[in-house]
Design a protein around this ligand. Structure first.
Ligand SMILES: *Cc1c(COP(=O)(O)O)cnc(C)c1O
Length: 245
């Protein structure tokens, strides 16, 4: 069961949560001497029904993230009438690339060339290039996916030869249980890699980092896009992921 806004009280809760999240992003940005408009809010709607996405869209949210393809596709169908930007943020398996290349505007978890090749070949000619962020995992963290710094650099260079893909930046996910200083240190290391790559000539503009539990540290470290689920939409029906991996 996906969780949806059954009534106007739920819609009111959504509006209040959205306001709080936007205020927290703004405060973290200002504290870091940044303009709050420099941080894009991506609402992570996995585990929540299409109606919840529709409610957030009516409140002005444009970017939505999904992690599980079987769960996402019926939602994209149900909301096809709205001008939303869909981001695939899950771990992408080779046998799922076609639907992602056809239906999504962004992919955030790219960490290997084989997946990039498939996405590039499968991106429909009528669609604009697929925006991609390379997921990085910094030692000694053992997150599910992610390229090392040197693998990320090589992958970004390889992406330049795929006109159907547009390399936009880096994405990272922190291990759970870090304190604020640990979060800040990880995010700052990813920011440094991002700045190094830009110095080396990569035309990147997106640093996708920060979730409900760590987005203020991410904004302090320079995140340009935060991916927020729980703080906006509440707890998910199944923390392991509705619809399976
Ligand atoms: C689920 C998910 C999020 C959102 O997580 P919350 O803690 O609910 O904000 C962000 N990014 C990725 C890659 C996710 O899988």
């Amino acid at each position: 069961m996906l969780i949806g806004p059954q009534n106007s009280a739920v819609a009111g809760t959504l509006a209040a949560r959205l306001r709080t999240v936007r205020e927290r992003i703004g405060a973290a940005a200002r504290a870091a001497g940044r303009n709050e408009d420099s941080v894009t809010l991506l609402a992570v709607s996995k585990g929540h029904a299409a109606a919840a996405v529709g409610a957030l869209a009516r409140l002005g949210v444009e970017h939505f993230g999904e992690s599980y393809l079987q769960e996402a596709l019926p939602k994209l169908d149900a909301l096809a009438g709205l001008e939303l930007s869909w981001h695939f943020i899950g771990h992408l398996q080779a046998n799922k690339t076609r639907a992602v290349a056809e239906r999504f505007a962004w992919v955030h978890g790219l960490d290997r060339l084989r997946i990039a090749e498939r996405l590039a070949a499968q991106r429909p000619h009528w669609a604009p290039p697929l925006n991609v962020c390379v997921q990085v995992k910094l030692a000694p963290d053992a997150t599910k996916g992610g390229a090392s710094a040197s693998e990320a650099r090589a992958l970004l260079m390889a992406l330049a030869s795929f006109p159907r893909l547009r390399a936009r930046g880096l994405m990272c996910m922190l291990p759970e249980g870090l304190d604020a200083a640990g979060q800040r240190a990880r995010f700052s290391a990813v920011r440094r890699l991002y700045e190094d790559l830009r110095q080396e000539g990569a035309a990147l503009d997106t640093l996708s980092m920060g979730m409900s539990g760590d987005f203020e540290a991410a904004v302090a470290a320079g995140s340009t896009l935060v991916r927020i689920g729980t703080a906006l939409l509440g707890a998910r029906a199944d923390a392991a992921g509705v619809g399976g991996p």
